[in-house]
Design a protein around this ligand. Sequence first.
Ligand code: IPE
Ligand code: IPE
Ligand code: MG
Length: 230
Amino acid sequence: MKADNLNIPRHVAVIMDGNGRWAKKRLMPRTFGHNAGMNAMIAMARKAKQMGVRYLTVYALSTENLSRPREELDGLYNLFRKYFTKNVKDLYAEGAAVRVIGDITALPEDVQKLIAEGVANSPADAQFFVILALNYGARAEITRAVNAAISRGERVEEGDVSALLDTKDFPDPDLIIRTGGELRLSNFLLWQAAYAELYFTDVLFPDFDEKQFEKAIKDYSSRNRRFGKI
Ligand code: IPE
Ligand code: IPE
Ligand code: MG
């Protein structure tokens, strides 16, 4: 099928898993794998935009990941520092914006500040959004929403719940990709994933290149989404 005949998902969300195993295979520290993963993520964003995806959510750090060893977390924070000072500028230059979901208040203060600036300096008229899930956990997100609803003291409809989630400004993901071979969601977008198409691949995230992304989109394009209808 020609690329222009594809049914392109509006919102793709990616569980970028396998960085540690990729590094281990090379007898390198896990941070080396995260570094390679960040390069893969940047290339994937470019490809997604080029194919006409409008929202790309990337799971970069889960609430559970926060209990990993200090050294690995420090390596990840350094990558976030680099991304939010340098790499975001390339996004801006292409008219793309960066957004964040998750509770970033648990991250180092300087990282929080860089994230806030990265979001605030994004072009206002962006047509493409890279949404980073940082210290993101769906259960924590839903719990925050429930507490917000309780403090309002009113019953909620389904749409009200969606509007209280971190993802309130974005449509639900059409396609969720998980690299690294595990067949689970690991607390990612549990509410929003209700009717997402799921795509799993054994490819470790640093090896998930533009061809692999295109393969996932082609697979999505061939699916029949019924949403419970006949
Ligand atoms: C995913 O890769 C990236 C993060 C969780 C930050 P992992 O670090 O989980 O890599 P594996 O699963 O150990 O290979
Ligand atoms: C999910 O990967 C989180 C991210 C990719 C950021 P994990 O490696 O943390 O997931 P589990 O522990 O295998 O479920
Ligand atoms: Mg993992």
